[in-house]
Design a protein around this ligand. Structure first.
Ligand SMILES: NC(=O)C1=CN([C@@H]2O[C@H](COP(=O)(O)OP(=O)(O)OC[C@H]3O[C@@H](n4cnc5c(N)ncnc54)[C@H](OP(=O)(O)O)[C@@H]3O)[C@@H](O)[C@H]2O)C=CC1
Ligand SMILES: O=C1CO[C@H](CO)[C@@H](O)[C@@H]1O
Length: 321
């Protein structure tokens, strides 16, 4: 599968490296707003073509899949253009801001029988499946607690007067959309949509949430998701039942270590060493190789549920974007 990469930022570089580990993928082209930036990425990863115009890249018949790694607010239009051009699409998280946009893109992918996928590591990690398997061992679930707090150098830029896309309301940035969404993916992936959603953000003066606490209420348990880009803390997911708990570290974006803890019993531990993107890219390669559209559309159904929760959270906090 020949890939055209759109964007040359931090995740585009990470993913270009991950694509090269999987023989089924070949990076065919990169598209950047500047020729020199595109050439730098192309040279680093041995990518033969550089485009500075997205439509021109979409017109390249050699490209079968477009990987979109641009600011959040561009995902919808760029995904739609790629699908209309007949390309499969892997779109970075967060998929799109609005449920109506998600529905339109999912319908378009189905109509054109194309692969469409949100690039997010959470559910692809082997320990995620293990957590699901261990749920029966912790009794009745009472509390879920997820923490993803990572101080961002872009927060320093915000404090010094710049507005990077990730802290720009016009780009649909913020801690909820950038980091807390991993927690939402973890929880909604396992338990579906909650009954009620409320979001309590710390706001910067431009109206962006630099951190915040999200409460998801389920019929039988409560879930607290913390996401922050303005402070740091060790990350984790804890699923706490009345007969034990499951602890995952460093958390919802990388389920590297899992521990099942039950009183009076030895802990069961599981640890993986590959990067979290490795498992995501391997699973995508498998879905594409098998043309497993059921798996693709099942993942999109989860993505749509997450978009619904995130939209409800932004509405609850009256974020205005
Ligand atoms: N899955 C994961 O682990 C991660 C996912 N992400 C997601 O990936 C996306 C990109 O994030 P990240 O790589 O950190 O962002 P960066 O700001 O580092 O890169 C974004 C790239 O998009 C391109 N771009 C196109 N239009 C614009 C524009 N108007 N403003 C700014 N950049 C533009 C730029 O490439 P050029 O200059 O070449 O045109 C830029 O380098 C986001 O949606 C983010 O949520 C981010 C980090 C990790
Ligand atoms: O998705 C993400 C995961 O972590 C990154 C930082 O390391 C974030 O900036 C990013 O958007």
């Amino acid at each position: 599968m020949n890939i055209g990469i759109l964007g040359t930022g931090s995740i585009a570089r990470t993913m270009a490296a991950e694509f090269t580990k999987v023989p089924a993928f070949r990076c065919e082209a990169v598209c950047s707003r500047q020729q020199a930036t595109g050439e730098a990425l192309a040279q680093q990863f041995g990518i033969p073509k550089v485009y500075t115009d997205y439509d021109t890249m979409l017109a390249d018949p050699d490209i079968e899949l477009v990987y979109i790694a641009t600011p959040n607010s561009l995902h919808y239009a760029q995904t739609k253009a790629a699908l209309l051009a007949g390309k499969n699409v892997l779109c970075e998280k967060p998929f799109v801001p609005a449920v109506a946009e998600a529905d339109e893109l999912i319908a378009l992918a189905k109509e054109k029988h194309l692969f469409l996928f949100e690039a997010i590591t959470t559910a692809h990690h082997p320990n995620y499946a293990l957590a699901k398997q261990y749920l029966d061992d912790i009794g009745s679930l009472r509390i879920v607690s997820c923490t993803f707090c990572q101080y961002s150098s872009r927060y320093d830029a915000l404090l010094s007067g710049q507005v990077p896309p990730v802290f720009d309301p016009a780009c649909c940035g913020g801690a909820l959309m950038d980091l807390n969404l991993y927690n939402v993916h973890f929880v909604v992936g396992l338990f579906g949509e909650p009954m009620r959603v409320s979001y309590h953000p710390n706001l910067y003066r431009n109206g962006i949430d630099t951190s915040g606490i999200l409460l998801l209420e389920y019929p039988d348990f409560l879930c607290q998701c913390t996401g922050a880009k303005d402070c740091a803390a060790p990350g984790s997911v804890q699923l706490i039942g009345d007969a034990g708990r499951i602890l995952i570290e460093p958390g919802s974006s990388n389920c590297q270590k899992l521990r099942l803890v039950r009183p009076g019993q030895e802990d069961l531990c599981s640890e993986y060493s590959e990067s979290p993107w490795f498992y995501e890219v391997a699973e995508i390669a498998m879905i594409l190789a098998l043309k497993d559209y059921d798996a693709c559309y099942a993942a999109l159904k989860k993505t749509r549920q997450v978009v619904t929760v995130l939209e409800a959270a932004r509405e609850d906090a009256q974020l205005g974007f």
